[in-house]
Write a protein that binds this ligand. Structure first.
Ligand SMILES: O=C[C@H](O)[C@H](O)[C@H](O)COP(=O)(O)O
Length: 232
């Protein structure tokens, strides 16, 4: 039986649960793959196979799901550090650099990942790329200056599209009340340069490039889950 993309996500998410131990402080990622992980974790917790957990969700959606699952929650302001965060990704390259934010949660995801001793990614096979950038790069911007930021980026030759919401005519808003620009880079041969350019733009709150942050990927494939560890 060949795993569908949904099955690849589910199997990768459930395989990654094996790295969780009782007593851990955990970051919970956002997205469809992370949702499989949160449901699986909820089940292990309710069955007392994992105990004394403290979880920090990376979005309102994940907080709601984790609450439904009966997982013990806290906020990032109430922890100094986390043992582990498990999250999805939109793309990852051979060095385990990531594009994240397709679901709009990049800001909280990056904060939570940056406080984690270990950052584990769960993904289906479509997320593996040789070079980041086929997927549009999400950039979170303050609504006050979104057009200014978009203009700056477009002057460098990259199209920056304001993400739309479900309500026709309204921009998508993140959990922090910001907008997202989706950058059509078409491929980023120089990731540090892109990072540097975005971080130098006033009005940019955060971007979806997660460079040198992930430690490991659980990759759901058609026939198995592959575990890819970062080589330094
Ligand atoms: O903002 C959303 C996150 O970065 C997600 O982890 C990412 O978009 C992957 O989502 P999914 O697991 O639904 O493909």
């Amino acid at each position: 039986m060949v795993n569908t993309p949904q099955e690849q996500k589910r199997k990768a998410a459930l395989a990654a649960l094996e790295v969780i131990e009782s007593g851990m402080k955990l970051g919970l990622g956002t997205g469809s793959t992370a949702a499989f992980m949160v449901r699986g974790l909820g089940q292990l917790y309710r069955e007392h196979k994992l105990n004394d957990l403290i979880c920090v969700p990376t979005s309102v959606a994940t907080r709601n799901l984790a609450q439904e699952q009966g997982l013990p929650l806290t906020t990032i302001n109430d922890v100094d550090r986390l043992d582990l965060t498990i999250d999805g990704t939109d793309e990852f390259d051979p060095q385990l650099n990531l594009i994240k934010g397709g679901g709009g949660a990049l800001l909280r995801e990056k904060i939570v990942a940056s406080l984690s001793d270990r950052f584990v990614i769960i993904a289906d096979a479509s997320k593996e790329v040789d070079q980041l950038g086929r997927f549009p790069l999400p950039v979170e911007v303050v609504p006050f200056a979104w057009k200014t930021v978009a203009r700056h980026i477009e002057n460098s030759g990259i199209q920056a599209l304001l993400r739309a919401s479900m309500n026709p005519g309204d921009p998508y808003k993140t959990d922090q009340g910001n907008y997202i620009l989706d950058l059509q880079t078409g491929g980023m041969p120089d990731l540090p340069k892109m990072k540097w350019m975005l971080e130098g733009l006033p009005g940019v709150v955060e971007h979806g490039l997660f460079l040198d942050m992930a430690d490991e990927v659980f990759l759901g494939k058609e026939d198995r889950v592959e575990r890819i560890t970062k080589t330094n």
